[in-house]
Design a protein around this ligand. Structure first.
Ligand SMILES: [Ca+2]
Ligand SMILES: [Ca+2]
Length: 315
């Protein structure tokens, strides 16, 4: 699988580092990219979704750091679970939220409750990272796809084990922008330059008809689609990504240095949107866009990637 090829290439890069000159040894190792420190405009003065607190635009300075090149994959998460015996919160609770459109008729027929404001989300017994659509599903053919059904607490546990941490919202948004200023998307302002798809989102009519014109009805492999200017894949679309910040919708317009969000809160910030996002109801596959969930929440479109201040030892 692509996942195991990647593992091999990580080992190979590690070996190369010992005896052979590499093209750019400081730029990358394993699956992390060096993000240069700098200043950028966080948020926007032209918010598309005001109530999410996408505004005001403010100048933010971040120190250099490292960012995972792609969302944490099932293969990577499995390595963590195999090494630690870690049990995710969805596994402990016994259920997780799954998008109705991905469920079998059999699983659907057993569910009698839904979220009033979003009836396409169903709590599915036995849904977790190994069984993303419930007990009759598995990840065997999706080891290189993003791990799903991981809570914020699970994401922190993984990143800590890997010698990393979650990115702050500022670091995530700075990474998303890939060196461009004030653009909607990681690659610019046009959703589909030259008619090409740059992210895994929803085409068609949400939630009834997913044409999968971009090639994917659900998640895509973590390195599908072109990377942004910093070499990051699927930073918008595919799976939502947890950040370390608590959620708030009011922000100071003052310039800030390495902001870390409010000191406390009830929800954590997630960024980037997912394969379920369509402009008509979830125009959140933009770098300034944001949303939130409680730290113990999990769902079939929510994952993460890690950041680090220094490159961790290879796992
Ligand atoms: Ca898609
Ligand atoms: Ca993503």
């Amino acid at each position: 699988s692509a996942g195991s090829q990647e593992a091999h290439s990580e080992v190979w890069q590690g070996l190369q580092g010992l005896c052979l000159p590499r093209k750019n040894p400081l730029r990358q190792r394993g699956n992390m990219v060096a993000i240069p420190g700098g200043e950028f405009t966080m948020g926007t003065d032209e918010p598309e979704i005001r109530q999410d607190g996408e505004w005001p635009a403010r100048r933010v300075r971040v120190n250099g750091f490292y960012m995972d090149r792609h969302e944490v994959s099932n293969e990577e998460f499995e390595r963590f679970v195999n090494a630690t015996g870690y049990l995710t919160e969805a596994e402990k609770f016994g259920d997780s939220f799954v998008f109705e459109g991905m469920l079998s008729e059999e699983v659907k027929s057993e569910i009698h409750q839904a979220v009033a404001a979003a009836p396409w989300w169903l709590p599915v017994k036995g849904a977790n990272w190994k069984h993303p659509e419930g007990p009759d599903s598995n990840i065997v053919s999706r080891m290189d796809h993003p791990v799903l059904h991981v809570s914020w607490n699970d994401a922190v546990a993984f990143c800590t084990w890997a010698g990393k941490r979650l990115p702050t919202e500022a670091e995530w948004e700075y990474s998303c922008r890939g060196g461009l200023e004030n653009r909607l998307f990681p690659w610019g302002n046009k959703l589909q330059p030259k008619g090409q798809h740059y992210a895994n989102i929803w085409q068609g009519v949400f939630p009834s008809n997913n044409t999968a014109e971009d090639g994917y009805k659900g998640t895509a492999p973590v390195t599908a689609f072109p990377p942004n200017g910093y070499g990051l894949y699927n930073i918008v679309g595919n799976a939502w990504e947890w950040t370390s910040d608590w959620w708030a919708v009011h922000h100071s317009a003052e310039e800030a240095h390495n902001p870390k969000g409010p000191a406390s809160g009830t929800d954590k910030v997630k960024k980037g949107g997912s394969y379920m996002c369509h402009k008509s109801y979830c125009y959140r596959y933009r770098c300034a866009a944001r949303s939130q969930n409680t730290p113990d929440s999990s769902a079939s479109n929510l994952g993460f990637r890690c950041a680090a201040d220094a490159l961790p030892d290879l796992q």
